[in-house]
Design a protein around this ligand. Structure first.
Ligand code: ARG
Length: 571
């Protein structure tokens, strides 16, 4: 509807100026005044005349009536004055030329406004801690992060996806100690991350009994930091094993990263930033540790160096941000993490500002809420975690059962089950407002009814089925005509894709897209149930409906891409 609003605003401005030539508004002002009526039967957009009342010195209903009489626009079929509003109806001509033909022309670019051209956006997301479980808590950063990247890419941004692996820190000292004491290469090769996690858990367990283990771990980490060959080799191996496993999950989601530069990469980049902090007089010594006091900003101090001189999480983030600015010269650098880390980001963003980096306002933290499963909160410490791979596995198995029962002859059943199973989890997750805590209920996610991934994928497959049946018709040969409200309503929904993309980017909120996907599905299914498509008698009508189906497939498929949900032609 963005384009519709633009066109209407131009004609409306012309009309308003004919009523009051000295009017000082421009068409952007009018666009920002448009509203959506509560019910589409009242109009497609509404123009409230209340603000004009002071300028025109007339009552709003009088102004609305006057505009109604004088207003004309080829994109509008009807404009009615009601209670101080001008209710405006989109014309069929507009829906055909500016929506249907536009989708057919622009294809996968339809809905993009190109506003990101020439700009670079960096995305720091997923970023699991190596050798710790990759659990359902990581689902948020992974799919929100990737979706935001896709959305920006769609608008023409040059995007860089970074997996800032947690690949450095004292946990490696613990892991190396545990490996030396109890590890077996064979087992680790066989079990992958699970084997590493088991060693890590055993370490914590044993360290409770034998205190000296903690000192051993510190020594091993110190050796690693000083470049001890054996420990470096082990560390690399642990990282490699973990990555191999994460890749499987990323592949299921269709995610690829441009960079895997993790925390370890920044070890030699921190001293320069610590030096800069010290030189600018920002560092304070507090109980032996070096901190930046943030009390003027109502925040606890940001810790830069521990008592023993070792660096911390914020130190690495500061160094990484400087490196990224120098390397990519970003216009935005977006960090997606749980809301639990909001203070950490607020603190070091402030430190970057105090250091005088004028790009500090290009750093964006995008937080999200917690996940519980069937009402149970997850806790890493007590071992109450659900691994992402297990969640996907369960979803895929359940979908396989449904397919076996309902469509046993389906080709590439495994591929479909994976796309629908994984897609159901992703969709269910992204349907929520990101900041809200979510309770994951598998049965709901997998339902083919309601606002779910399987429902959306089923609708997509339905469009594919109809197009397959229609492939022998020369449906592009006739001029399109709109003959029912269902067709018009479907095109109106499709016209809002660009607006949804813009909204999702503005709010860093992929749920705008999932909700929009459901709007498309309901409009399409209504059209499908009430209108004959490939079997319509009138050739013009039939051809138009096939083209509407094809346009729906295009927009729906593009929207799936934006939320990391795979498409399936058949279910
Ligand atoms: N590895 C961290 C964790 O799992 C997330 C890293 C987020 N990114 C960042 N630049 N701090 O909690």
């Amino acid at each position: 509807m963005n384009n519709f609003k633009n066109l209407v605003a131009k004609d409306l401005l012309y009309c308003l100026k004919s009523i009051s030539p000295e009017l000082e508004l421009n068409s952007d002002d009018l666009i920002s005044m448009f509203e959506y009526p509560p019910d589409s039967s009242l109009g497609d957009i509404a123009f409230p005349c209340f603000k004009l009342s002071r300028i025109f010195r007339k009552a709003p209903p009088v102004i609305a009536k006057e505009i109604e009489e004088k207003f004309s626009s080829i994109v509008v079929s009807k404009a009615q004055a009601v209670n101080g509003y001008l209710n405006i109806f989109v014309s069929n001509d507009y829906l055909i030329k500016n929506v249907l033909l536009e989708i057919e022309d622009k294809k996968e670019k339809y809905g993009s406004d190109g506003s990101g051209k020439g700009k670079t956006a960096v995305f720091d997301y997923s970023s699991p801690n190596v050798a710790k479980p990759f659990h359902i808590g990581h689902l948020g950063t992974t799919v929100i992060g990737h979706s935001l990247k896709k959305l920006h890419e769609f608008q023409g941004y040059n995007c860089v996806g970074i997996n800032y692996l947690g690949d450095w820190g004292t946990q490696f000292g613990k892991l190396i100690t545990a490996y030396n004491l109890w590890g077996s290469d064979e087992e680790i090769e066989k079990e992958g991350v699970d084997g590493l996690v088991a060693l890590y858990v055993k370490f914590h367990h044993e360290a409770e009994i034998d205190e000296t283990l903690n000192q051993k771990a510190r020594d091993e980490f110190a050796k690693l930091e000083h470049g001890d060959e054996t420990n470096i080799r082990l560390w690399k191996w642990f990282v490699e094993i973990s990555l191999k496993e994460y890749q499987k999950t990323y592949k299921q989601l269709g995610i690829e990263f441009d960079s895997y530069k993790g925390e370890s990469f920044y070890t030699d980049k921190m001293p320069a930033q610590v030096e800069k902090l010290r030189n600018s007089g920002l560092l304070r010594i507090d109980d032996g540790a070096s901190i930046v006091d943030l009390s003027d900003y109502n925040m606890p101090p940001c810790l830069i160096l521990k008592k023993d001189g070792s660096t911390l999480y914020p130190t690495r983030d500061i160094a990484a941000a400087v490196y990224r600015k120098e390397t990519y010269d970003f216009d935005k650098c977006i960090y997606v993490t749980s809301a639990g880390q909001s203070l950490h980001f607020a603190q070091w963003f402030k430190v970057v500002e105090l250091m005088g980096y004028n790009w500090h306002d290009k750093l964006v933290h995008v937080p999200y809420g917690t996940v519980s499963i069937n009402g149970e909160k997850l806790a890493t410490r007590t071992g109450n975690v659900i691994l992402l791979k297990d969640l996907f596995k369960t979803a895929i198995e359940k979908v396989s059962e449904i397919i076996n029962e309902k469509n046993p002859n389906l080709e590439n059943r495994e591929e479909v089950a994976e796309a629908v199973g994984v897609g159901s989890v992703v969709f269910y997750y992204l349907y929520n407002n990101r900041i809200k805590d979510i309770n994951f209920i598998m049965k709901d996610a997998l339902s083919f009814e309601g606002n779910t991934g399987p429902y959306a994928q089923y609708t997509y497959a339905r469009t594919c089925g109809i197009l397959d049946k229609s492939k022998d018709f020369d449906f592009m040969a006739t001029e399109p005509v709109i003959s029912t409200p269902e067709e018009a309503d479907l095109l109106k929904v499709l016209s809002k894709f660009g607006e949804a993309v813009k909204g999702a980017i503005k709010e860093y909120e992929p749920s705008v897209i999932t909700r929009y996907i459901i709007d498309i599905c309901s409009a399409f299914n209504k059209f499908y149930h009430n209108c004959q498509i490939a079997t319509a008698n009138d050739i013009n009508v039939r051809n138009t409906r096939i083209r509407l189906t094809s346009a729906t497939k295009e927009v729906l498929g593009n929207a799936f891409e934006l939320i990391c949900m795979k498409k399936t032609e058949k279910i």
